[in-house]
Design a protein around this ligand. Structure first.
Ligand code: HEC
Length: 192
């Protein structure tokens, strides 16, 4: 009996490259620095709004490697997709909490400690200047319009799903036909 020779199609390297790229981009972790000394010194709100915004949104990494606030909170009209929904929207938080309470949340000390944030920012404490910058940013967002970004998130997810389906469909477009084709050809040769 003859050996079945199935040609490796040209798609295979392309597919491997796509999977490799997906793996690399999907898995590369955010650069993480080891937690340094906790720096819980309470701060007066004399920070810089712009710095606070960059830290909140994750444009600038928090010094001790904590996750950006944006992962769980929205504030005002923040970015294309808004922030996470696990924590409350912080747009008007400065009207709900006084400055000492804000410091308390961010420094994990005092009267107002978030059970969700506490373990995270104990391991990755916010520095005094980060706390000041973040509070300045939150104070400045009072009165901004809260925009619901959920429809946008759904729309972007749908577009992404369709794009990936189309991409995979393109890569696999000859897959079944080529395997069966090779089988049929071999079988034909073996016929008397
Ligand atoms: C892992 C999700 C998560 C991250 C990340 C996070 N928070 Fe929170 N935050 C929460 C939750 C949830 C609450 C509500 C209290 C609770 O249930 O623990 C909260 C509460 C707060 C509050 C008090 C709000 C209120 O109305 O009482 C403030 C202020 C706050 N977070 C600021 C921040 C800032 C600034 C950052 C970034 C340094 C941040 N949070 C990062 C989840 C998070």
């Amino acid at each position: 009996m003859k050996h079945l020779k199935v040609k490796i199609k040209a798609e295979t390297p392309l597919l491997s490259a796509a999977l490799l790229a997906l793996f690399l981009f999907g898995c590369s972790p955010a650069p993480e620095r080891k937690a340094a000394q906790p720096d819980p010194a309470p701060v007066a709100a004399e920070g810089h709004i712009e710095n606070g915004r960059d830290l909140f949104m994750g444009y600038v990494h928090l010094q001790n490697g904590g996750p950006p606030c944006m992962g769980c909170h929205s504030v005002g009209d923040n970015g294309l997709l808004g922030g996470g929904a696990m924590g409350p929207n912080l747009t008007d938080v400065s009207t709900r909490l006084n400055q000492a309470e804000l410091v308390s949340v961010l420094s994990n000390s005092g009267p107002k400690i978030s059970p969700v944030m506490e373990p995270i920012y104990t391991e990755h404490p916010l520095t005094a200047s980060e706390q000041a910058d973040l509070i300045a940013f939150l104070n400045a967002s009072v009165g901004q319009v809260e925009v619901d970004k959920e429809p946008m998130v759904v729309a972007v997810s749908l577009v992404g799903f369709v794009a990936i389906a189309a991409f995979l469909g393109f890569i696999y477009r000859n897959r079944l036909r080529s395997v069966r084709g090779a089988l049929v050809k071999t079988a034909e040769k073996e016929l008397p």
